[in-house]
Ligand binder design. Structure first.
Ligand SMILES: [Zn+2]
Length: 146
């Protein structure tokens, strides 16, 4: 089987991706500095339940959105750190280089496409195992060990 040799990124490609990461970070609406208190809006006295529940709904949406952004911001920081040690674009699993096209689409990717697919396969296998366990269909293998 011929494996396609992926070359390390050129300086120009690295710079393109670094700028992309920086601009993505800038585009995040919430910074990590946003306090929870900025989100929980207090309603004036006498607000009815509907208003209250709308506010709760909006707040929980905002919180979820913010959490996702904080998570993404951390991923971006992690990726930017890899530039400092010249490991950006290297698969964290098999240490081969991730293709430029993949990084362009997902600059925070830290797995090459092969490892990513493996990880996803494993994830769905685990899911199936969990499912069958919950259905009580797990076969007892202890007897086969003897
Ligand atoms: Zn890999």
């Amino acid at each position: 089987m011929a494996t396609e040799k992926v070359r390390a990124l050129t300086k120009k490609q690295l710079e393109t991706l670094r700028l992309k990461l920086l601009s993505e970070k800038k585009s995040l609406v919430f910074s990590e500095k946003v306090e929870d208190s900025a989100i929980s809006l207090s309603l004036p006295e006498g607000s009815d339940e509907v208003e209250q529940s709308i506010t709760d709904y909006n707040n929980s949406h905002l919180l979820r959105f913010r959490n996702r952004e904080v998570f993404y911001a951390k991923k971006i920081d992690g990726a930017l750190k890899k530039f400092e040690v010249n490991e950006y674009g290297m698969c964290s699993d098999c240490a081969s280089w991730i293709k430029f096209e993949r990084l362009l689409a997902r600059p925070t990717a830290d797995l090459c496409i092969q490892c990513k697919e493996e990880a996803e396969k494993e994830e769905s296998n685990n899911f199936i195992a969990r499912q069958s366990k919950s259905l009580g269909r797990v076969v007892d293998l202890t007897g086969m060990m003897a």
